[in-house]
Ligand binder design. Structure first.
Ligand SMILES: [Ca+2]
Length: 284
């Protein structure tokens, strides 16, 4: 972990999406933060030690989904599939697929494995799974303010965790989506899905993957913001409250979701798991 002294910083942004505004001064106390998102290998140690079964590996409770066909209430998770061409961007079902058998060991569903991806961020974890891991590790999930303070790396008010330019001197600084989402992935950053942690330069605090790769859960509740439209995160359903997630992911593209920025935020239902959400921990 990296120890950070407390401090005051400008949180949020007025220049992008309504849910990030207004910019305000926020003070956080000192804390330590994981250098990179929790990896598959780290999560595997937790599961071996505790026998933890993730939410994606359990059938959803029928009482939570009274309108659902009971035969569809099987373990599974949401997997991204690129489309063959442009599609309307107002319906995430065009690219998010509920896949029975998808979970952290099978990120693209049955037949896929995490072999060779031990150093990638773990995915298909709900807020509850992340919390269980943090407790096992003697840590906590970050508050949104702690996460953003850490992500800024000391560059107060900057657009990106590394400065103002998306690709300084042509260098890719994070695993995002280049091209037209959700069908044309130019792979200028080399990775179609998740990437190994620490594949891109760290921020000013020595923290990796604070932008792109996977969204990261925080412990703050998310309240709907007037005029804000959810982006690449499945909107979830209204039965479950939402927590804030931060950082953007490998599915964030400028034509749809310019959210690989420290101010960016989305709300995600606490029972949701997907192939583009992970987490890291803090210690206070
Ligand atoms: Ca990419």
């Amino acid at each position: 972990m990296v120890e950070l002294p407390g401090g005051t910083f400008r949180m949020g942004s007025d220049r992008f999406y309504p849910e990030e505004a207004p910019v305000r001064e926020v003070t956080v106390g000192g804390f330590a933060v994981d250098r990179h998102p929790v990896t598959v290998a780290e999560f595997r140690r937790f599961v071996k030690d505790t026998g933890h079964v993730t939410d994606a590996e359990k059938p959803p409770a029928p009482e939570a989904y009274p309108d659902a066909d009971p035969e569809l209430l099987v373990p599974g998770s949401l997997v991204f599939r690129p489309t063959s061409g442009p599609v309307p961007l107002d319906d995430y079902r065009n690219w998010w697929n509920w896949v029975p058998g998808a979970d952290w060991r099978h990120p693209e569903g049955p037949g896929s494995t995490v072999g060779g991806r031990e150093r990638h961020p773990v995915t298909h974890v709900t807020h509850g799974d992340a919390t269980a891991y943090a407790q096992w590790a003697g840590k906590s999930l970050p508050s949104e303010a702690e996460w953003e303070y850490a992500a800024r790396g000391g560059l107060d008010g900057a657009t990106f965790t590394w400065g103002e330019e998306f690709a300084p001197k042509g260098r890719m600084m994070a695993n995002t989506w280049q091209g037209e989402f959700p069908w044309q992935n130019l792979l200028l950053d080399r990775y179609e899905r998740t990437s190994p942690v620490e594949a891109y330069p760290p921020n000013g605090y020595g923290l990796y993957d604070m932008a792109g790769n996977v969204w990261e859960w925080t412990d703050d509740w998310f309240e709907a913001v007037a005029g804000a439209a959810p982006c690449c995160a499945p909107a979830g359903h209204d039965r479950f409250p939402r927590r804030v997630m931060k950082g953007g992911s490998h599915l964030c593209a400028p034509n749809y979701c310019l959210r690989y920025r420290p101010a960016a935020r989305q709300g995600e239902a606490i029972d949701s798991s997907t192939g583009h959400i992970g987490f890291r921990c803090v210690a206070r």
